[in-house]
Design a binder for this molecule. Structure first.
Ligand code: FES
Length: 118
């Protein structure tokens, strides 16, 4: 089970265990279940309110991709994803740091999720 550490500039970090591989456990869902105050609105990858910065911990290759076109579009509109990073995602299968918490599915890897830092 992965450890997910949520970090906010104004709050103490909180590490929670997550169930990986269900294809339904998003970062936002886990945050809400653990009463972490990540901002959100649409919960459908359209508004960008749930923007977080994700750092993959450990020595394995990050597993966070692929991003949907919807998530890519919103991240680009927010200025958090460049055309070069989209190219890197498709060539190297390497997810970007900025993600939408309502769209990112948790895999079996430890993560640092920073919210309130945009
Ligand atoms: Fe709107 Fe995640 S809550 S994009």
């Amino acid at each position: 089970m992965p450890n997910i550490t949520f970090s906010h500039p104004d709050y103490k970090d909180k590490t929670v265990y997550a169930v990986a591989g269900s294809h339904t456990e998003t970062i936002l869902k886990i945050a809400r279940e653990n009463r972490l105050p990540i901002q959100f609105d649409c919960q459908d990858g359209e508004c960008g309110t749930c923007l977080v910065r994700v750092t993959h911990l450990g020595k394995t290759k990050p597993k966070g991709g692929p991003l949907t076109v919807k998530e890519q579009t919103v991240l680009q509109e927010l200025g958090k994803l460049t055309a070069d990073e989209i190219e890197q995602m498709s060539v190297d299968d390497f997810p970007p740091a900025w993600r939408l918490a309502c769209q990112m599915i948790v895999r079996d890897e430890d993560l640092l999720v920073e919210y309130g830092v945009n």
